[in-house]
Design a binder for this molecule. Structure first.
Ligand code: G3P
Length: 224
C-alpha cells in the first residue's frame, strides 16, 4: 500500500484559479517540483478531474468521499470509483465538507480495505481525540477560523498543533499528524515540523500565489 512521507498535500478546492486547463498546469508544476526536490508532493483536485489528472505522474487524492454504495447510487463520490480513476487516497471530513462520525469510521475502514490512504481532518482537539481512535493514516488538524486567512496555524495557534500531536501519540501512535490553515511560506512549514507535524495540508498559499512552481518548491524544500 502506498504511503506518504512528510507530505505536502495541496488541496485545489474549487478555486477559479484552477478551473479548466489550469488544473493541468498546477498539477504539472507540482510534478516538476516533486521531480526537482524529491519531496512527497500530493494533489487533491476536484473529484471530477481525478481521471484526467491522475495521468500526470504525481499522487492524487480525492478532496472527499461519500459512504455511498458502488452501484446504483447517483451524484456521490464513491471510493471504489475514485480509486479506479487513479486516486490513491482521500481527505475525509474537511471542515468545508463535514460528515458524521459513523461515516468517518466507515470510510476509514473502507479506504484501508481498498489500500487507499485516509487523511481525516479535525477542527479542534475534541475531534482530534475522537477521530484518531479510528486510526486513519493521517490526522490533519485545521482550525477553521484560520483557513484561507494567510496566518499560519503553526504561528497563530502553535499549542493546537503541539497538543494534537500529544493526543494522537497517546491514543493511536501510528497515526501521523499533519497541519493546515493559513500556511503561506517555508517558515510556517518549518514551525509546523518543529511542533511535531509530519506534513502539511495547504490550499490558498499555493493556489493564489504568483508562481505555483516556485511556491511549491519553497514549501516542499522544508519537507524533504
Ligand atoms: O485543505 C487545506 C485547507 O483547508 C487550508 O486552506 O487556504 O488556509 O491553506 P488554506
Amino acid at each position: 500500500m502506498i504511503t506518504f512521507n512528510k507530505p505536502l498535500i495541496i488541496n485545489l478546492k474549487n478555486y477559479s484559479e484552477i478551473s479548466g486547463d489550469n488544473s493541468i498546469r498546477i498539477v504539472e508544476d507540482a510534478k516538476n517540483a516533486r521531480l526537482m526536490n524529491h519531496a512527497d508532493i500530493v494533489v487533491a483536485p476536484p473529484p471530477s478531474s481525478i481521471l484526467a489528472l491522475s495521468k500526470i505522474a504525481i499522487p492524487i487524492v480525492s478532496q472527499h468521499v461519500d459512504d455511498a454504495a458502488i452501484g446504483a447510487t447517483t451524484g456521490f463520490i464513491v471510493p471504489e470509483i475514485v480509486k479506479s480513476y487513479g486516486a490513491v487516497g482521500s481527505i475525509i471530513n474537511h471542515s468545508e465538507h463535514k460528515i458524521e462520525y459513523l461515516q468517518i469510521k466507515s470510510l476509514v475502514k473502507r479506504l484501508r480495505d481498498l489500500e487507499m490512504v485516509s487523511i481525516v481532518c479535525a477542527a479542534d482537539l475534541d475531534e482530534v481525540e475522537k477521530t484518531s481512535r479510528l486510526s486513519p493514516d493521517f490526522l490533519a488538524i485545521e482550525p477553521p477560523e484560520l483557513i484561507g486567512k494567510g496566518v499560519a496555524v503553526s504561528k497563530a495557534n502553535p499549542s493546537i498543533v503541539r497538543n494534537s500531536v500529544k493526543v494522537v501519540k497517546r491514543v493511536s501512535p501510528a497515526v501521523k499528524v499533519i497541519c493546515g490553515a493559513g500556511i503561506v511560506d517555508k517558515y510556517d512549514v518549518e514551525k509546523a515540523i518543529e511542533l511535531g507535524a509530519e506534513g502539511i495540508l495547504i490550499s490558498s498559499g499555493i493556489v493564489k500565489s504568483s508562481s505555483w512552481y516556485d511556491k511549491i518548491l519553497e514549501l516542499a524544500s522544508v519537507l524533504k
